[in-house]
Design a protein around this ligand. Structure first.
Ligand SMILES: [Fe+2]
Ligand SMILES: [Fe+2]
Length: 207
């Protein structure tokens, strides 16, 4: 089966997992990921992987909390207390495992990890992980103020460099952390680790 046929088959299948707004969001992430991959000069093959990760990133988003835990057990993933305290993170973990189980031939480690870390980020992200994380944040159906602001900041660049991408990611982590704090929610340490990594290892700062 060719790459395009696989993507088409998965695109048809995804309607069994997601509906309404979540389905439109998913298709929009897939398109946005392609756009970002093109801006960053990725090869056709790599852009196909980005499209695939975009298409699959929220595959388990409509599963209940019990189903999420059941999927973790099935895949042998030992969830941590941090995961339990940040329940939104579960769909990125179970999504990565389910996507790999269902589409073994297409979901390599690159695609797996782009799905796996799309909610929290992590230190030393690959370009695929960064672009899926960003596509999820700024795809055009997102209407939150922070999403609109980040989209504008990203697209006003004259040049799409690694430093620009890292700076945008840093801003997105700050936005996420601020909103978690203002809502009194738990902060998953992967997000603070991802933010700190950019500041120390990539020497990015916003001042
Ligand atoms: Fe998600
Ligand atoms: Fe998403």
């Amino acid at each position: 089966m060719s790459e395009n046929e696989t993507l088409k088959r998965i695109r048809d299948d995804i309607t069994n997992y997601l509906s309404g707004k979540r389905l439109s969001h998913t298709l929009s992430v897939m398109e946005e990921a392609e756009k970002l991959g093109t801006l960053y000069g990725l090869s056709e093959n790599d852009i196909a992987r980005l499209r695939l990760a975009g298409l699959l990133h929220d595959i388990t988003k409509e599963k209940s909390p019990d189903q999420q835990l059941e999927l973790c057990r099935r895949f042998g993933y030992k969830y941590t207390e941090d995961d339990v305290n940040s329940p939104k993170v579960f769909h990125s973990i179970t999504g990565a495992y389910l996507a790999r189980e269902k589409y073994k031939e297409a979901v390599d480690d690159t695609v797996f990890n782009a799905i796996r870390y799309h909610t929290t980020g992590r230190p030393a992200m690959t370009i695929y992980e960064k672009l899926i994380y960003l596509a999820d944040y700024i795809e055009p159906t997102r209407t939150f103020d922070d999403c609109i602001r980040l989209r504008k900041l990203f697209y006003r660049a004259n040049e799409y460099t690694k430093a620009h991408l890292d700076n945008i990611l840093l801003i997105s982590y700050d936005m996420t952390l601020s909103s978690l704090i203002s809502e009194g929610q738990y902060i998953h340490p992967a997000t603070t680790a991802a933010r700190n990594y950019l500041i120390v290892s990539e020497k990015i700062n916003q001042s």
